[in-house]
Design a protein around this ligand. Structure first.
Ligand SMILES: *Cc1c(COP(=O)(O)O)cnc(C)c1O
Length: 406
């Protein structure tokens, strides 16, 4: 058996990617420009929304949303306890309080828990599409509507919406589907990540899909977010290249998180082959794992399709039936000794020093802890071969045998 190390999720970079970036580099335009605009239009078409803005990360993009909505001290934002720190960190950045809720067995926000935690201070609800399986976003939208009767708007935008904003953390779920429709057209605003480890990458990057109800104007929002992402400047670099168009104004002290055309060049290549190639391969890998683990009572396999929600096959989140956290950690050590890289998604927020220090306690989110203590994410990436998948399966099964029967 081969012993070449198997990494966890290297990006798919080939001649096409390199050529596209080279063309952008040689085009004379390397910051936000024609490639970013084209990428945005194609993302919007893909998601079935009028407007998408591409920015430099999910984190900065979604933080802009909180700032646009006027979220600040005294406000609460509901976030699942089971997520990457970014989801809660941006709430801290604007001075508001993350209110954590427990998750379902599929790792996504429990709508019943959300209902219990909503108060008149709730300004934003952030479901997370863990591993690529969409949260119950439509149900969460209707729960947000139930808050109309007690929602206390504190500015014009909040008054216009009249209820908490649903900002979906779709960092894992570009290309996932809800009732046959691409993720992006369900929540008020959906945030994507194109970080190096994500399904569709631009090295670093992110995007927002706007899907707000009337009377919000998506064209106007798109312009506003562009300005917010560029110091509040009335013209971007491309607009200023027009002869004589040098003068600009700054209406407010904005931020700096635009996407470059080098990133967009990678994204355009990624997007073109996403449905027909990338997702096809990722799905095949996930189902090959499922075939090996589903009938084995020592494992609980992840859900990729429940008749309504379809995953983007971002992570293969395997669970070891009945393991303690310590046993799970020992299994990972045994797997690593055979040259296979695995991960845990995620260490729940209440277990991270900062959030522990803020007074959050793991015992308040029992299902989050339970799922976490069983979880091991296996390698999933385009270039992973069937033979390598089989090797991972054998290594995992041997490690579980070794640790769980000790
Ligand atoms: C990766 C990730 C983010 C952050 O994305 P960036 O583009 O790196 O800012 C947010 N939420 C989740 C769940 C993630 O996995």
């Amino acid at each position: 058996m081969s012993t070449t190390p198997i990494p966890f999720s290297p990006p798919r970079i080939d001649d096409r990617t390199v050529k596209a970036v080279e063309e952008a580099l040689r085009s004379g335009w390397i910051t936000t420009g024609p490639r970013t605009k084209e990428f945005e239009r194609k993302l919007a078409d893909y998601c079935g929304v009028e407007r998408v803005i591409a920015l430099n990360s999910w984190t900065n993009a979604c933080e802009l949303v909180l700032r646009w909505f006027g979220v600040g001290p005294g406000d609460e934002v509901i976030v699942p306890a089971y997520t990457y720190c970014a989801t809660a960190n941006i709430v801290m950045h604007v001075g508001a309080k993350p209110v954590l809720v427990d998750v379902l067995d599929d790792f996504t926000m429990d709508p019943a828990q959300l209902l219990l935690r909503m108060t008149e201070r709730t300004k934003v609800i952030m479901p997370v599409d863990i591993g690529g399986l969409p949260a119950h976003v439509e149900q969460i939208m209707s729960i947000a509507s139930q808050a109309r009767s007690f929602f206390k708007p504190s500015n014009e935008v909040q008054t216009m919406l009249g209820r908490p904003l649903v900002l979906s953390d779709a960092a894992h779920s570009f290309g996932a589907r809800i009732g046959g429709k691409a993720v992006g057209a369900q929540a008020d605003i959906t945030g994507f990540s194109f970080h190096a480890v994500k399904n569709l990458t631009t090295a670093e990057g992110g995007a927002l899909a706007f899907n707000l109800p009337k009377p919000f104007d998506h064209e106007e929002l798109y312009r506003l977010f562009n300005t917010m992402s560029l110091h509040g400047q009335s013209k971007d670099a491309l607009a200023k290249t027009q002869p004589g168009a040098w003068r600009y104004d700054v209406a407010f002290p904005g931020w700096k998180c635009n996407m470059t055309d080098l990133q967009a060049a990678i994204g355009l290549v990624e997007l073109e082959r996403y449905d027909t190639d990338t997702l096809v391969r990722r799905r095949a890998i996930c189902y090959r794992y499922n075939e090996a683990f589903a009938k084995d009572p020592r494992f609980v396999v992840p859900e990729f399709y429940d008749g309504y929600r379809t995953s983007s096959y971002h992570l293969y989140m395997l669970r070891i039936a009945g393991s303690t956290e310590e046993q799970r950690d020992a299994i990972i050590t045994a797997i690593a000794q055979h040259g296979v890289s695995v991960n845990v998604h995620f260490i729940p927020l209440p277990m991270l020093s900062f959030y522990m220090g803020q007074g959050y306690a793991m015992r308040d989110y029992p299902n989050t802890y339970l799922q976490y203590s069983h979880e091991i994410s296996l390698p999933v990436y385009y270039d992973l071969t069937d033979a390598q998948v089989d090797r991972v399966i054998n290594v995992v099964k041997a490690a579980v045998e070794e640790v769980m029967s000790a």
